[in-house]
Ligand binder design. Structure first.
Ligand code: GLU
Length: 330
């Protein structure tokens, strides 16, 4: 009797496992997860949380798309364009002006030529060229940077060329007229607070962790207004007037919003990335835009319409399919 029950039990359990395995949709087991990575910027910038916001929204639908989006901290825009073009990263967040330069083969891409596989998806928050200086340095306008110790940005960053553009426009040669550093943005706030640099440039959305860190230490610091730039805006059509909202940085010495110029953060990929992946990411971000916007205060002004502005490279077919489907593009 005892033996019979054991045999029966084994038979029942085996039959159950067999039936259960066969009745489960094979796709749920067989579909392999596809991993894609977004290149962002320093962890105290806004690109890094933006990558995080995209992955959070898209990864919720993992069972639908079998897609997992991960985020990588990088040196910034120029690094991201090059990594996406080399196939090391699938997606990148890049400044609108760097997207323009890469597509046309200018500035950092002068030797490599136009990056014809670059594809646009959408744009995100505005970024402003942010110049922070110690109150004790006597730097109150760009011209005062002469002879000073200034971080203009690491070579992979977007801000490096922005710093060079404004310095040149004001007649300052960064190689001769100041002591230029090429540090990553995440390192600059501590250097400023420690008195090892006088000022730094960072092209970033607001609020950003790096700027909070730079403005809330013991050394009193301020934002340097960047004005008298009409000629610069004429020369470079991708630059526009912008300002730094002071409400985010109550410890900075400035009392009012600070005028400067700016660009937009944009989302790019390569023509080689399959349309279904780009479609899924675009759809999830746009369909859930209200949830997405809650993930960072810099997104408060985003609308589905203005997220299609500031792009130079052609839309990726996966993004275009979605925009046509919902009528954002006719
Ligand atoms: N605009 C910066 C760059 O292109 C990055 C800013 C950020 O990480 O938020 O390098």
């Amino acid at each position: 009797m005892k033996k019979f029950s054991l045999v029966t039990l084994i038979v029942i359990v085996t039959a159950f496992i067999f039936t259960f395995t066969l009745s489960t949709p094979p796709t749920a087991h067989a579909k392999k997860l596809t991993f894609v990575t977004i290149g962002t910027g320093g962890v105290t910038g806004v690109y890094y949380p933006t990558g995080g916001a995209i992955s959070k929204i898209v990864n919720k639908k993992r069972n639908k798309y079998h897609l997992k989006v991960t985020v990588e901290s990088t040196g910034g825009s120029v690094f991201n364009v090059n990594a996406v073009m080399a196939g090391d990263l699938e997606f990148g967040i890049v400044q609108s002006d760097r997207q323009y330069q890469a597509w046309h083969g200018l500035k950092e891409w002068k030797d490599k030529g136009p990056q014809k596989d670059l594809r646009a998806i959408c744009s995100f928050h505005p970024e402003s060229i942010t110049l922070v200086a110690g109150d004790d340095t006597g730097i109150w306008k760009v011209e005062d940077l002469r002879g000073k110790h200034v971080n203009i940005g690491n070579p992979g960053s977007g801000q490096r060329q922005n710093s060079i553009d404004i310095l040149e426009y004001k007649g300052i040669d960064y190689k001769k007229d100041l002591k230029a550093e090429g540090l990553k943005a995440a390192e600059a706030p501590k250097m400023l607070q420690d008195g090892r640099i006088d000022a730094f440039f960072y092209t970033v959305g607001h609020p950003s962790g790096a700027i909070k860190e730079a403005t809330s230490g013991r050394r009193k610091v301020h934002f340097v207004p960047i004005t008298g730039i009409e000629g610069l805006l004429k020369k470079y059509p991708y630059y526009a007037k912008a300002f730094i909202p002071i409400k985010f940085y109550p410890m900075a010495s400035n009392k009012k919003d600070v005028p400067t110029f700016g660009v937009k953060a944009t989302f790019v990929t390569s023509a080689k990335i399959p349309a279904w992946i780009v479609y899924a990411i675009t759809k999830e971000v746009f369909d859930n835009l209200e949830d997405f916007k809650k993930l960072h205060p810099a997104y408060s002004i985003l609308t589905k319409k203005n997220m299609l502005e500031g792009l130079t490279a052609p839309f990726h077919p996966g993004a275009l399919k979605y925009f046509k489907e919902v009528g954002l593009i006719k």
